[in-house]
Design a protein around this ligand. Sequence first.
Ligand code: SF4
Length: 333
Amino acid sequence: MKKDSDILTDSFGRKHQYLRISLTDRCNLRCTYCMPEEGIQLAPRSSIMSYGEIYSIARLFVKHGVTKIRLTGGEPLVRKDAGIILEKLALLPAELTITTNGILADKHIDTFRTCRIKKINVSLDSLCPEKFLQITRRHSFNKVYGNILSLIKEGFNVKINVVLVRGFNDNEIIDFVKLTKELPVCVRFIEFMPFDGNRWNLDKIVSFEQILKQVNARYPEVIRLADAANDTSENYQIKGHRGSFAVISSVTRPFCGGCNRIRLTANGHLKNCLFSSTETDLLTPFREGKDIEPIIRNTVLAKKKIRGGMEEIKQLKDPALHSKNRSMTSIGG
Ligand code: SF4
């Protein structure tokens, strides 16, 4: 039977060239919108992909057309072998990027360079240390902020991911935009999304419109920048600022039409969408020496048009649907 070469294109013609790999479900922070209060049932270590398995499976995806790999977590850098994983993946002909909470970033700057990592996303939801403690349940604001400044100084292309929650940090939107005056950084405001255990509800959302309204009210000259292909964010710049800001609006303005992302969880399960409540185990058949290409193919073909099938916002409001999905910490965003 002729091997199907195009196993990464779904039934809507979307080619999945961007693989997000969660290295671990463990984290050194406890962000309230990501990690349920009671924590999560961590996957047993034996079920977690080894660095060799991560490399081999990623290589297969690259062979079929993946051109970009993003490492996520939990917190990817808490893995003791994170450096080895980065070095092995850097051997592949694909752009390597990482999303981190920034706490351990200073310890990996040389490895980032060796592995030709240029783009680093750092999560920071408040510029106020007390509020940082409130949302992360850890006293790490100074470490994270200091590492962001170091990464920028070292010439990395840094994006700051800010999950906005109404009544918590929506009064910091302008403070974050002010950062872009002197810093060559992109601040990305992310609409709060529903995942298992994060007590999401629509009233906590700060929508795309509300964010732009605040910025336009403060800054007369907001320039609309061109978005990159398959971009999840809409990009803007204040006239005269070195940096830019962006909005990721997967709740109020989903961008699924151009989706090219597919996710591999730390225990080797393939998720065809961030919101999909279904996933496919690749690691077990891989460990049994089976051909996993047909499994990848079927998982991609099963991808829904929008948000894992939650096309209507009213569906997002149904906790029964969220709870079928994983918590954010075990998907990696
Ligand atoms: S919600 Fe799913 S389909 Fe839509 S952009 Fe995100 S991952 Fe892609």
